[in-house]
Write a new protein. Structure first.
Ligand SMILES: [Zn+2]
Length: 296
């Protein structure tokens, strides 16, 4: 199955559910950034949560940026998602290699270390919404549970999983976010809690052949629910020569002249998709003259 997200709700929207399968997305990220298994898991989990959160966006130009900063060897993760559920992201250090943790799992918490989680939502308003919380376990799912509950004040259950195969390719990836709105009946809440606590890990469920639809059924069980939307999701970068040019010009005419004199060319790299953009002498001269004209 290719990657997709389901948006569902129950009890007159008192419960909202988002569930996704993201194997191709995480595999693409692994290939682009040549991530080690633990870095694939850390970046993958962040891409999954961004993809799930993108299904909450309403307007075409809405964007979500997630920044994780920690004192562990990975140092940081940046992921961006748009309203069409295109996600892109990178880790500061893709080569981290750590022993498995005490549970025999990839040590994402150790790779990230202590730090903070920042969510920036650009919803077309004057100032973007910004929420920041401390990392709780640095395993990412628990950190988002804490973020939603404290920063957005929406009690949530978050599961994110990346199963890395023995050849370091991605075998399965996916996750869910279940949110309860104010006024949700106690019985619904306790049923959901019981169902979720009985579940196996999401990657085990995928590995046993379950689809997101099957897992949703397990989460709700006796609670009637409706699937409202199925949305495709993918790793996709929207960088272009024009966008990179804009960023390059923004360093200022003096720095452009310095580069022209010293190096005669410039090479800019897109952190998200690793694509290189080369500006030769002629091109830089043209940019300087264009900027000069605008200043006059
Ligand atoms: Zn790019």
């Amino acid at each position: 199955m290719s990657d997709y997200i389901l948006r569902a709700a129950a009890k007159d929207e008192q419960v909202r559910a988002f569930i996704s399968y993201n194997k191709d997305t995480v595999q693409k990220a692994r290939e682009i950034h040549d991530t080690s298994p633990v870095a694939s898991a850390a970046l993958g989990r962040t891409l999954i949560v961004a993809s799930l959160m993108s299904a909450m966006l309403k307007n075409d130009s809405d964007l979500i940026t997630i920044q994780i900063k920690g004192d562990g060897p990975i140092r940081g993760i940046v992921v961006v998602a748009d309203n069409k559920s295109n996600v892109k992201g990178y880790v500061y250090n893709p080569d981290v290699s750590l022993p498995l943790n005490s549970l025999g799992k990839l040590d994402v918490g150790g790779a990230i270390g202590k730090g903070s989680l920042t969510v920036i939502k650009d919803l077309g308003l004057k100032t973007p919404y910004l929420g920041q919380t401390e990392l709780v376990t640095s395993e990412i799912a628990e950190d988002f549970t804490y973020y939603f509950t404290t920063s957005e004040q929406i009690p949530s259950a978050v599961a994110l999983g990346v199963l890395v195969d023995t050849d370091t390719s991605i075998k399965h990836a996916g996750g869910f976010i279940i949110q309860v709105m104010p006024g949700c009946e106690e019985i619904t809440l306790s049923t959901l809690e019981r169902n979720i606590s009985k579940m196996k890990s999401i990657t085990t469920l995928f590995d046993e052949g379950n689809t997101p639809e099957d897992i949703l059924k397990t989460i709700f069980d006796s609670i009637p629910y409706t699937i409202y939307e199925t949305q495709k999701t993918d790793f996709r970068c929207n960088c272009s020569k024009e966008r990179v040019e804009k960023a390059f010009i923004s360093i200022g005419i003096k720095d452009l002249q310095d580069i022209l004199e010293k190096d005669k060319k410039a090479e800019l790299n897109c952190h998200f998709c690793n694509k290189n953009y080369v500006f030769d002498e002629e091109h830089i001269k043209k940019l300087i003259s264009d900027v000069g004209c605008e200043l006059r």
